[in-house]
Design a protein around this ligand. Structure first.
Ligand code: DX5
Ligand code: ZN
Length: 221
């Protein structure tokens, strides 16, 4: 595990009617990043937010915006999310025809580039892009929905990715997303993750500061 563990609440599970207040709530509650799930109804079944929502968030929160693109042909939309003020932009291995090109384009635009692996994606898919990314996101559920069950096999994958990163002497954030709660977050950080996405675990509780603290306490053991 490299450095401080960051908690990134996912607004997918927020009360969207009160989105501004929800974001302010987790900001006050000690969130480190804000995770924004962009879904297009094609790469994954639901449709969620677009770059306009990212731009609105950017105007109202100083939290780093971690924009998770679950969309087909993400290369067509990178510029819009860059302009909207995303800080981290992550793309799925399987959604990119020219993965290296898309990742380097994100970096050239001055943003942190992240590569996302689905539960079935082998870590070998990172071989030729690992040196050019700022973050690797290992999905611990299949993308598309909040509130799913954590797939434990992904812990082994995270360990393997973490050791590869260490072998190469790289400084890369390692993020895990899906089904993470205070009950299993320690296994996630023990496997090497330092960025924890939490949708239901944070927005599913009325006291968000307490929810975030529970995650931190669990990590501290
Ligand atoms: C799922 C999304 C997740 C989701 C996680 O496709 O990528 O970010 O919000 O939600 P929980 O934490 O409820 O599994
Ligand atoms: Zn996500």
């Amino acid at each position: 595990m490299s450095g401080k563990v960051r908690i990134a609440p996912s607004i997918l599970s927020a009360d969207l009617w009160r989105l501004g207040e929800e974001v302010a709530d987790v900001e006050r509650g000690g969130a480190d990043w804000l995770h924004v799930d962009i879904m297009d109804g094609h790469y994954v079944p639901p449709i969620t937010f677009g770059a306009n929502v990212v731009a609105a968030l950017r105007r109202h929160t100083p939290l780093p915006l971690d924009v998770h693109l679950m969309i087909s042909e993400p290369e067509r939309h990178i510029d819009a999310f860059v302009q909207a003020g995303a800080d981290v932009i992550t793309v799925h291995v399987e959604s990119c025809v020219h993965l290296q090109n898309t990742l380097s384009g994100i970096r050239k635009a001055g943003k942190k580039a992240g590569v996302v692996m689905n539960p079935h994606t082998p870590e070998s898919s990172l071989e030729y892009v690992l040196d050019e990314v700022d973050l690797v996101l290992v999905m611990s559920v299949n993308p598309g929905f909040g509130g799913q069950t954590f797939i434990t096999s992904q812990l082994r994958k995270m360990e393997r990715v973490a050791s590869k990163v260490q072998q190469r002497g790289l400084t890369i954030d390692l993020e895990m997303d899906g089904g993470i709660y205070a009950t299993n977050v320690k296994s996630v950080t023990d496997a090497g993750a330092n960025v924890i996405v939490a949708g239901t675990a944070v927005f599913g509780q009325s006291n968000r500061a307490a929810a975030i603290q529970q995650l931190r306490d669990a990590v501290a053991g």
